[in-house]
Write a protein that binds this ligand. Structure first.
Ligand SMILES: [Zn+2]
Length: 99
């Protein structure tokens, strides 16, 4: 199946309730947490009542179209989670040590 469009990858955070994925572009739904330094607060769109704080490390790479990304969030079915793959099977960070 030919892919006519290559969709870019963006880091996003998924709402566990409605499964929308939000991106950290200047967005009304994601703000730095006022209480906890280094954390963010996600306030989901209505009618979803979800509001929670998360760490930046909790974000995952999602493949979305530019239109969806520019909107600031992706509804279920509009994004693809990109599964992280190990680059080299023989390469481990602790594997090589110099004397
Ligand atoms: Zn939600």
């Amino acid at each position: 199946m030919p892919e006519s469009r290559i969709m870019p990858i963006h880091m996003g955070i998924m709402c566990g309730s409605c499964r929308r994925v939000y991106f950290i572009v200047p967005s009304p739904w994601i703000r730095p947490s006022p209480a906890n330094l280094g954390m963010y607060r996600l306030t989901c769109r209505r009618p979803c009542p979800e509001a929670r704080e998360f760490r930046k490390e909790a974000m995952l790479p999602y493949r979305v179209s530019d239109d969806v990304f520019n909107r600031g969030y992706a509804a279920e079915g509009e994004y693809q989670l990109v599964h992280a793959k190990l680059k080299g099977p023989n390469e481990s960070p602790k594997g090589r040590q110099h004397h």
